[in-house]
Ligand binder design. Structure first.
Ligand code: AMP
Ligand code: MG
Length: 415
């Protein structure tokens, strides 16, 4: 039916990624406040972790060679809690030692306290070592985790709790990160009403506002929400002009379907330029990509990017994950934008081949296979809540129960 040939998902994505202008401004933020941010410069360690050989157990530091009888009895000549530096261990003696404490010179093994018996004779404590330790036993070696000079975090990494812990372990109190991407959103459709307001006849609630806000927050974007913009050209142009002023990207939902009575296309055309795409994807298909001019001088280039998503909530969701997410990741300096996918067994039949690449909402079942949500319509948001992810079904293919399919979990698409 369509006159224009459809773009494949890969073609559309390639065009988008080629247009990206990555962020240039770096912020130095406290490591404690850097969760979710994207590292702008590779980080190296200036020290060994652990800094010195230390004990992994509470017990006794000994010379292993002196304990080969399996019942060596040694005077305990010092006590070394974590944080205290012990004396050199004299031959024929043992040191009481506690987890994390540095191993004293002279000692080459730790025997855990459960394998030792201590007794006091006068003012001297003795320990019997009921074990034959190997040299190095229960010792965590200097630099075993990180060697001084080693690369610990690569530029372009999204910082999670574990990256922050690693940075802190080498003493990094602040980290250089890209400034957050500034994204403006607005919603078209005179039928839209906000939750909290009564639903008038013919109206629906603006679910996309919540959906897109959540998705953008997950990606660490700084969001300005212009709300529902009335379906007229002047209001749409005015909002675009305002949004372009200090945002990197403008995202809208609705009004990009073919032949629709709407103002997105003429408004973006008047304020910049726009391409209306038909993509061979289901749900999804329409997507608008363009740029909006900035009237005033700006330090973020002379255009803001524009991405117009379809209004149907599931279409909006899927197009965001397939196209907007990788675009935003690249703008933030992340190279690898391909979502993780797994080959999994489909425990259902799907007999209708489509000429578009379908993304079916599915759930992992108790048998380790995939179950399909029964209603795959692009308006049924329930499918996205029920599901664990998307099956990426190439154009023209069907699925027979037991086939292996490519499954993209939602968990891998959160950021
Ligand atoms: P459109 O892309 O404007 O043709 O809209 C397609 C469908 O999505 C219509 O049924 C709209 O009512 C619905 N829709 C548009 N915008 C939203 C929104 N923000 N939230 C929920 N549904 C929407
Ligand atoms: Mg509409």
């Amino acid at each position: 039916m369509e006159k224009k040939p459809m773009l494949s998902v890969a073609q559309a994505l390639q065009t988008l990624l080629q247009a990206v202008r990555p962020l240039q401004e770096i912020e130095q933020v406290a490591t404690l406040a850097a969760n979710g941010r994207i590292l702008a410069q590779t980080q190296y360690s200036t020290l060994h972790v652990p800094p010195m050989d230390n004990t992994q157990m509470d017990g006794y530091a000994v010379r292993a060679a002196e304990c080969q009888s399996g019942q060596a009895r040694l005077p305990v000549t010092q006590r070394i809690p974590a944080g205290v530096i012990g004396q050199c261990l004299d031959a024929g003696t043992a040191a009481r030692i506690f987890t994390g404490a540095f191993i004293p010179n002279g000692a080459d093994a730790v025997v855990m306290q459960e394998q030792c018996v201590s007794e006091v004779e006068g003012d001297q404590t003795f320990v019997t070592i009921n074990h034959v330790p190997q040299s190095g036993e229960w010792i965590r070696r200097q630099g075993e985790d990180i060697k001084s000079g080693a690369e610990i975090l690569v530029a372009g990494t999204r910082l999670r709790a574990q990256e922050l812990g690693l940075a802190a372990s080498v003493g990094l109190a602040t980290l250089p990160v890209w400034r957050p991407l500034r994204v403006a959103v607005f919603f078209t459709g005179d039928e839209l009403t906000m939750p909290g307001e009564a639903l008038k006849e013919g109206s629906i609630y603006n679910s996309n506002r919540f959906l897109l806000t959540g998705l953008l927050q997950n990606l660490g974007c700084q969001i300005t929400d212009y709300g529902i913009v009335p379906d007229n050209l002047a209001a749409t142009r005015e909002t675009l002009r305002q949004a372009a002023r200090d945002h990197d990207l403008i995202i809208t939902s609705g009004g990009v379907s073919v032949g629709e009575e709407d103002h997105i296309r003429p408004a973006v055309e008047a304020e910049g330029h726009i391409n209306m795409w038909q993509i061979a994807v289901k749900p999804g298909k329409p997507l608008a990509f363009g740029e909006v001019r900035r009237s005033e001088q700006s330090n973020v280039g002379d255009h803001a990017f524009f991405l117009g998503l379809p209004g149907n909530p599931v279409s909006s969701f899927v197009t965001f994950l397939l196209f907007v997410r990788p675009f935003i990741l690249r703008m933030q300096g992340i190279q690898d934008v391909t979502p993780i996918s797994y080959a999994m067994r489909a425990d259902f039949d799907w007999k209708k081949a489509d000429r578009r690449n379908e993304f079916l909402r599915a759930k992992i079942n108790q048998q380790g296979g995939l179950a399909l949500f029964p209603n795959q319509s692009s308006g049924v948001l329930t499918s996205t809540v029920w599901g664990d992810g998307l099956i990426d079904l190439p154009a023209g293919q069907t699925i027979t129960n037991g086939d292996m399919v490519s499954f993209i979990p939602f968990s891998g698409l959160l950021y």
